[in-house]
Design a protein around this ligand. Structure first.
Ligand code: ZN
Length: 140
């Protein structure tokens, strides 16, 4: 499985998405089976993360959404990256439900209709406004 992971990394680098998708799906099924059978306490978020980003690049938002949900439905191994991803995934799932697959809605700040992201105060903002309104301590 380590070899498969290395292969997936290479395919992603080479933009060979079709083959990468197949391997990532295998890695996910394998990891979930290991958890179900009690060999592991949780799944690594990496294959889910990679698969979700491919789907996003391809505009397959429905598939992206499903893979994010699938990740959150499994116990995760510990780690800051996995926690950060889980947070991001929850935001995207909420956005999908709230704004639909393309994630576009009216920005709370500039009122333009753009792809939004939720900030820490729970406001939905476009990319530009998110940077502009970032609290000062985030710049350090
Ligand atoms: Zn805005």
């Amino acid at each position: 499985m380590t070899n498969l992971r290395a292969k997936a990394v290479q395919l992603l680098k080479d933009n060979q998405y079709k083959e990468a998708i197949a391997i990532l799906k295998d890695l996910i099924s394998y990891a979930e089976r290991r958890v179900r059978e009690g060999h592991e306490i949780g799944v690594d978020s990496w294959p889910y993360r990679s698969l979700a980003s491919i789907y996003r690049k391809q505009g397959e938002y429905e598939l992206e959404y499903k893979i994010l949900e699938r990740c959150l439905n499994n116990p995760r191994v510990n780690g800051a990256t996995h926690e950060a991803f889980a947070k991001e995934a929850s935001m995207r799932i909420e956005r999908h439900r709230l704004l639909g697959p393309d994630g576009k809605g009216q920005c709370h700040s500039c009122k333009e209709r753009l792809i939004l992201e939720k900030n820490e105060s729970g406001e939905w903002l476009c990319g530009k406004c998110r940077i502009r309104m970032k609290p000062w301590w985030k710049f350090w």
